[in-house]
Write a protein that binds this ligand. Structure first.
Ligand code: ATP
Length: 395
C-alpha cells in the first residue's frame, strides 16, 4: 500500500454551508497536497466536522466545489454531488462503533466482504492493516476484551483496509485517556507513513495538532484564519486569534505603549502605567504606538530581583507540573496577569508575593486596531526566513 500509488490532492474551493440560520462554513478554501497530513485546528463549533463531512459526501455544501485528485466530487453550480462510496475516502471518528459480536478480524474484514472482494484479498488486506496498527495476534479477540486504544486501532485498521486514498479523522483520540492518546497518536503517524494517504485530521487540541501535523490550518467561525507549517504558525500567528488558539493552556497578550526611555525601549501596559517591561531594540519601529504584545509563557525569563523603576510585577503563584513550573505574575492591582513557564532548575528561588523582573526572549507585536501581526522579535533568522516563505497563506 502507499508506494507506487498516487494519492490525490484535495481541493476545497469557496465552500459554504448553512443549517437554516446557522452559518457553519463560509467561503472556505483549502488545498491539501497529495500525501500531506493536514491538521485542522479550531474551537468547538467552528465548522471542522461539517467541513470533513462535506469532503466525505455525508453533508451537502450550500455552495462551492470539492475536488479529490482529478475528479470533481461536489460542485454546487454544476449540480455534481458524488455519494460517499464513490469518493474513495475513509473516515475515522471519535466513537469507533465496532461490532461487539464480531472478532477483531471480522470487524476489519467486514467492509471488504460487503464490497465482494475475493476471500484471499480480504485476508491479505486485513492482515496487513492489523500489522500496521500493531494488532497482529489479536485477530480472534472481541472488542470488549480490548483497551480503548486498541479498539480505536481496530477502527483505524478497518478504515485503512479499504485502501482509501484520502483519510479523514474527526477527533479520533478525544475519548481516550492521555496515555492511550500518546500511543494511538504514534500509531496514526505510522499509519500515515505506511499508507501515505492524503489526510485531513480535525482536532481542538493544540498540542495534538503541533505533534501530528505536516501543516496546520486554523479555523474560526466557519472560515480559515491561517494555514502553514506547524512551527511557523506557533511562532508567527498572523492574528491575535491564532495566537490565542495555538496556546496551551494560555498565552500572554498585553496591550500597552512602546516607550523610548533613557534606560532603553519599554512596554508600558495599559493595565498599569507604573509597570515598565524592557523590550528588545527590534521593537524600535513601534515606539510611541499602542500595540498588543504577545509572548508565550516559555519565552518569559524571570529575573530574581526587581530592577529599579520596573517594579510592581509580583509573583502570584508557582505551580509545578512535572518537569515544568508555571509562574503566575501580577501587575496593575491584579488586572494584568502573566503566565511564565520554565524547566525545573532554570528558575531562581522564588516565593509568593515577591517582586520580580522579567525579560521577553521572543514575541510578536500586533496592531491594537486590527489585531493583525505587525512584526516579531527574538527569533533566529532561519525560522524568520521560513515565516517569509510563501507557505504562509492568510486569507
Ligand atoms: P466540535 O469540535 O464541537 O465538534 P466543530 O468545529 O466540528 O465543533 P461543527 O460540528 O462542524 O463544528 O458545527 C458547526 C456549526 O454548525 C455549529 O454551530 C453547529 O451547531 C452547527 N451544526 C452542525 N451540524 C448541524 C446540523 N445538522 N443542524 C444544525 N446545525 C448544525
Amino acid at each position: 500500500m502507499g508506494q507506487g500509488r498516487h494519492m490525490p490532492e484535495v481541493i476545497i474551493n469557496q465552500i459554504g454551508k448553512r443549517f437554516d440560520e446557522v452559518v457553519a462554513l463560509r467561503d472556505l478554501t483549502l488545498e491539501v497536497p497529495d500525501g500531506e497530513f493536514l491538521v485542522i485546528l479550531g474551537p468547538t463549533g467552528c465548522g471542522k466536522t461539517t467541513m470533513l463531512r462535506c469532503v466525505a459526501g455525508l453533508e451537502r455544501p450550500s455552495e462551492g466545489t470539492i475536488r479529490i485528485g482529478d475528479r470533481c466530487v461536489f460542485s454546487g453550480r454544476e449540480g455534481i454531488d458524488l455519494p460517499p462510496r464513490d469518493r474513495d475516502v475513509g473516515m475515522v471518528f471519535q466513537h469507533y462503533a465496532l461490532y461487539p459480536h464480531m472478532t477483531v478480524y471480522q470487524n476489519v474484514a467486514f467492509g471488504l466482504k460487503v464490497r465482494g472482494l475475493p476471500r484471499q484479498e480480504i485476508a491479505r488486506r486485513t492482515a496487513q492493516a492489523l500489522q500496521i496498527v500493531e494488532l497482529a495476534g489479536l485477530e480472534n479477540r472481541r472488542p470488549r476484551t480490548l483497551s480503548g486504544g486498541q479498539q480505536q486501532r481496530v477502527a483505524l485498521a478497518r478504515t485503512i483496509a479499504a485502501h482509501p486514498s484520502v483519510l479523514l479523522f474527526d477527533e479520533p483520540l478525544s475519548s481516550l485517556d492521555p496515555d492511550l492518546r500518546t500511543s494511538v497518536r504514534e500509531h496514526l503517524k505510522r499509519v500515515h507513513s505506511a499508507v501515505g494517504a492524503t489526510s485531513l485530521y480535525v482536532t481542538h487540541d493544540q498540542s495534538e495538532a503541533m505533534l501530528l501535523a505536516d501543516r496546520v490550518a486554523v479555523m474560526k467561525d466557519g472560515g480559515l484564519l491561517q494555514i502553514g507549517d506547524a512551527q511557523v504558525i506557533y511562532s508567527f500567528p498572523q492574528t491575535m486569534a491564532v495566537a490565542e488558539f495555538t496556546a496551551n493552556p494560555r498565552t500572554n497578550l498585553i496591550k500597552g505603549e512602546v516607550y523610548r526611555a533613557a534606560q532603553g525601549l519599554l512596554l508600558v501596559p495599559e493595565a498599569d502605567p507604573y509597570c515598565f517591561i524592557p523590550l528588545s531594540e527590534e521593537c524600535a519601529p513601534y515606539a510611541g504606538r499602542i500595540v498588543i504584545l504577545h509572548v508565550r509563557p516559555e519565552d518569559i525569563e524571570i529575573l530574581p530581583r526587581p530592577v529599579e523603576g520596573m517594579g510592581r510585577l509580583t509573583l502570584l503563584a508557582l505551580m509545578p507540573e512535572g518537569a515544568l513550573h508555571f509562574v503566575h505574575l501580577r501587575f496593575g492591582d491584579g488586572i494584568g496577569q502573566l503566565l511564565a513557564r520554565s524547566r525545573f532548575g532554570e528558575l531562581p528561588p522564588l516565593t509568593r508575593g515577591q517582586s520580580v523582573a522579567l525579560r521577553f526572549r521572543r514575541g510578536n507585536v500586533y496592531s491594537a486596531e486590527t489585531e493583525r501581526l505587525l512584526g516579531s522579535f527574538g527569533f533566529n533568522e532561519s525560522l524568520a526566513r521560513r515565516e517569509a516563505a510563501p507557505s504562509i497563506e492568510s486569507r
